[in-house]
Design a protein around this ligand. Structure first.
Ligand SMILES: *Cc1c(COP(=O)(O)O)cnc(C)c1O
Length: 360
C-alpha cells in the first residue's frame, strides 16, 4: 500500500487514523456483527453514533443551545435553494458574490425572490474580498449571504460583513472546523463535509432555532423544510448514515488534536510554509490579494500555461496528486485541509524549489 499526498479541493484528504479505524470496524462494528453501512438508522448502536457526532461537533464549535445541528443530504448546492425557500419571508435577500459558489447561490435565490448582489469581486476574477464594512444592506432583507472561504479562488473573509442587524448566512464548506468560530454571529452556518470533514453525501446545517418555522415559501417540499429535519433530529428519513459515522470520527480526531484553536495553529503553520515560498519564488506566484488569502486553498501560477501543465504532471509522478487548478482559473491549486500533514506541504515546497531551479 502506498498513499499519495492528496491536494484535492474536494472530496479531499481525510485523517489516516480515521480511515484505519473505519477499516477495522468495517465487518463488525463494536460487536454488532455488522457494518455501520448495514445498520438500521433506528438502531441503538446508530443512535449513539449520530448523538455522539452531534455532541462532539457542539463541543468543538461551542454551539449554543438555541441552535440546531442538522445532518442533511443534497450537498452544499441544495442549500442554495433551501435557504431562500425557508428564510425569504419578505422575499428579499442580499448576496455578497466572491466566487462561483456564492454566484450559484445568488442565481438560485433569484428563482425564489428578490436577490440583490450588494458586493462582488468578479471585476478582478474573484482574487480579493470586497470591503464589507458599510454595504447597502436592504431594509427588508431576510438575510445577508456569504461564502466564507472561496474554494476555487483561494480567498477568505478575515472579518465578517457588517450586516446592519440582518441575519448572516454562511457557506463554510471549505473552511469548516479549520479554526474557531463564534456561532452566535450567524443565523445559519452550513457546509458540505467532503472538503474538510468527511465523505461526500453529508451537508451539515447549524441554524438558529427562531429561523426554523412552518412559514416557508408556498410549495416548499417537506424534505426541503428545515423544520422537518429539526423536529426529527435528522432522522425524518434515512440519513447518510455511514457518512455521518465518518464525520463523527473526524470530530473525535480534531478533539484529540486539541480542538479548533490547535487546528488553526496547525493550518496557519502549513499555509505559511507555502505562502512564504510563493512570495520569494522567481517562478511561482500566488494569485490572491495577500490579506485575503485562504488557509485552506492556495492557488498559484508560473505565468506559462505550458510550465503549469508540466509542473502538474511532474508533481503527480512524484506523488503529489490533484494540484491542477480549477478549470475556470487554470494554473495550480493546493488544498491543504486539516488532514493534510505538515510534511505534505514541506515536501511539496521542496519539490517546487527543485522544479524552479530546473526551469528558470
Ligand atoms: C464544493 C463547494 C460547494 C458545492 O458542494 P456540493 O456538495 O458539491 O454541492 C459549495 N460551496 C463551496 C464553498 C464549496 O467548496
Amino acid at each position: 500500500m502506498s498513499r499519495v499526498y492528496n491536494f484535492s479541493a474536494g472530496p479531499a484528504v481525510l485523517p489516516e487514523e480515521v480511515l484505519k479505524e473505519a477499516a477495522d470496524e468495517m465487518l463488525d462494528y463494536r460487536g454488532t456483527g455488522m457494518s455501520v453501512m448495514e445498520m438500521s438508522h433506528r438502531s441503538k448502536a446508530y443512535d449513539t453514533i449520530i448523538k455522539e457526532a452531534e455532541a462532539d461537533l457542539r463541543e468543538l464549535m461551542n454551539i449554543p443551545d438555541n441552535y440546531k445541528v442538522l445532518f442533511l443530504q443534497g450537498g452544499a448546492s441544495q442549500q442554495f435553494a433551501m435557504i431562500p425557500m425557508n428564510l425569504m419571508k419578505n422575499g428579499v435577500a442580499d448576496y455578497i458574490v466572491t466566487g462561483q459558489w456564492a454566484k450559484k447561490a445568488y442565481q438560485e435565490a433569484c428563482l425564489f425572490g428578490k436577490a440583490n448582489k450588494i458586493a462582488s469581486s468578479e471585476d478582478q476574477t474573484f482574487s480579493y474580498i470586497p470591503d464589507c464594512s458599510d454595504l447597502p444592506i436592504s431594509e427588508d432583507a431576510d438575510y445577508v449571504y456569504i461564502c466564507e472561504n472561496n474554494t476555487i479562488y483561494g480567498t477568505k473573509f478575515k472579518a465578517l460583513p457588517n450586516t446592519k442587524g440582518k441575519t448572516l448566512v454562511a457557506d463554510v464548506s471549505s473552511c469548516f472546523l479549520s479554526e474557531p468560530v463564534d456561532v452566535t454571529k450567524y443565523g445559519v452556518i452550513y457546509g458540505g463535509v467532503q472538503k474538510n470533514i468527511g465523505p461526500a453525501g453529508v451537508v451539515i446545517v447549524i441554524i438558529r432555532e427562531d429561523l426554523i418555522t412552518d412559514d416557508v415559501l408556498p410549495g416548499t417540499p417537506t424534505m426541503l423544510k428545515y423544520k422537518t429535519h429539526a423536529d426529527n433530529d435528522s432522522l425524518y428519513n434515512t440519513p447518510p448514515a455511514y457518512g455521518i459515522y465518518i464525520c463523527g470520527k473526524v470530530f473525535k480526531w480534531i478533539k484529540k488534536m486539541g480542538g479548533l484553536e490547535k487546528m488553526k495553529e496547525h493550518n496557519e503553520k502549513k499555509a505559511k510554509i507555502l505562502y512564504d515560498f510563493l512570495d520569494e519564488s522567481k517562478l511561482f506566484k500566488g494569485t490572491v490579494r495577500k490579506e485575503d488569502r485562504s488557509l485552506m486553498n492556495v492557488p498559484f501560477v508560473t505565468g506559462s500555461e505550458e510550465l503549469d501543465a508540466r509542473f502538474v504532471k511532474e508533481a503527480k509522478e512524484a506523488g503529489f496528486e490533484n494540484l491542477k487548478g480549477h478549470r475556470t482559473v487554470g494554473g495550480m491549486r493546493a488544498s491543504i485541509y486539516n488532514a493534510m500533514p505538515i510534511e505534505g506541504v514541506e515536501k511539496l515546497v521542496a519539490f517546487m524549489k527543485k522544479f524552479e531551479e530546473a526551469n528558470v
